[in-house]
Design a protein around this ligand. Structure first.
Ligand code: PLP
Length: 387
């Protein structure tokens, strides 16, 4: 069996997520009920057709659903450009299962959701991490990327908006990355699971297009979980203009998915018909919650600082003064204060916590002050232990 690293971020969240009171670790825009979707959009309530026969359904996802997903990417896309998967996690896994193996070289941005580099490694690819650093505003450096490309580089992996940093690759930089991939004949995977929640772009910066709109050999992954608040239906997708890639992925998918639940397909269709209302709600939720987070950060600037001011998506990393072992601090927060954050160690970024700020506003209002109390008590404890 190939070696597979533990998925640190998922394991940490799984350990605490259901038992805590204040969830500042959540990456989804506050999850919705079906009743709330109908209230948001004034649509009639969702109803599952009781006469729907529960077969495997359409193997690639129903045509209606794939057409709705294609609609998120513009008129150049149709149902044929879409393959439905079990969440973006299933989409990413399927893509690497399809594209990479022993002898291939892959370049992946870092930090990011670690699935994006650990699964290609597990499939036998040689993986180069493209470090996102402060001097480049935590964006891919084009020269470093160029230099990292080798004769056997098959795939470049980026994540826009980025988890955990919350920063955004601009349309200009994305276009340059696509041009480079085209010139070197390399596939591009862009994990776009936080699209289209671009709520706080710096002035003058426009919303970047999807990589699939720019480059024919780009493939993007997305899902209903984050921007559409429906992680409970486990429904994601890959989208590309490359028909052969989609055919190959569909053929691999027969081995691990067959099809996605017909019930999930029906719920996703209902939500995507009302996607404008959902995205508007989530955009406003992020802006409102960020005001609370910004105020907290301003008031405690001696303790907590943004690694990168959040521009989009639902998460950001914050530095914690004087604490290098944020893994132990995050456990202390969860166990003693019932507050879930995610330690930066799960992204190879110790000394930081990842904060998800798109959950229920109440979680931020009540959880953030506890973060401060926990910090004070943690340092006091260390002093006592030190004595
Ligand atoms: C960047 C990224 N990709 C993919 C996923 C998986 O999302 P899902 O499978 O719920 O669609 C996540 C979840 O946190 C993520 O942050």
């Amino acid at each position: 069996m190939p070696f597979q690293e533990d998925f640190a971020v998922e394991q940490f969240m799984d350990r605490y997520e259901t038992g805590i009171s204040y969830n500042l670790g959540e990456t989804c825009c506050h999850s919705l009920t079906l009743a709330e979707i109908s209230q948001l959009s004034n649509d009639k309530p969702f109803q599952l057709d009781p006469d729907m026969r529960l077969t495997y359904g359409a193997i690639k996802g129903s045509k209606d659903l794939r057409t709705l997903i294609a609609g998120l990417y513009g008129v150049q896309f149709s149902a044929d450009n879409v393959l439905v998967t079990n969440g973006a996690i299933g989409a990413n896994f399927l893509l690497y299962y399809t594209l990479v193996g022993k002898g291939d070289h892959v370049i992946c941005v870092h930090p990011t959701y670690s699935q994006l580099y650990s699964v290609p490694k597990m499939f036998g690819a040689e993986v180069t991490l493209l470090e996102l650093s402060e001097k480049d505003s935590f964006l891919p450096n084009l020269d470093t990327l160029k230099k990292a490309i080798k004769s056997n580089t098959k795939l470049i992996i980026i994540n826009n908006p980025n988890n955990p940093l919350g920063c955004v690759i601009s349309d200009e930089l994305l276009t340059s990355i696509c041009e480079l991939c085209k010139e070197k004949n390399v596939y591009l995977h862009c994990d776009e699971v936080y699209r289209p929640i671009f709520h706080s772009l710096p002035s003058g910066v426009t919303t970047p297009r999807s990589a699939a709109q720019i480059y024919d050999n780009a493939v993007v992954s997305g899902s209903m979980s984050k921007a559409f608040s429906l992680a409970g239906i486990r429904l994601g997708w890959i989208v590309s203009k490359n028909a052969k890639l989609l055919r190959d992925a569909a053929s691999r998918r027969d081995y691990n998915t067959i099809s996605v639940s017909m019930v999930d397909d029906a719920v996703a269709q209902y939500a995507l018909k009302n996607c404008d209302a959902i995205v508007k709600r989530n955009y406003e939720l992020c802006l409102e919650n960020l005001k609370i987070l910004d105020k907290f950060m301003d008031g405690n600037a001696d303790i907590f600082q943004y690694v990168c001011k959040p521009q989009a998506g639902t998460v950001c990393l914050i530095k914690v003064s004087q604490i290098e072992d944020t893994l132990s601090f995050a456990k202390f927060l969860a166990e003693e204060y019932s507050v879930l954050t995610v330690p930066g160690e799960t992204f190879d970024f110790p000394g930081t916590l990842r904060i998800g700020y798109a959950n229920d506003t109440k979680d931020l209002q009540e959880g953030l002050p506890l973060l401060k109390s926990a910090y004070t008590n943690w340092l006091a404890r260390e002093t006592v232990d030190g004595n």
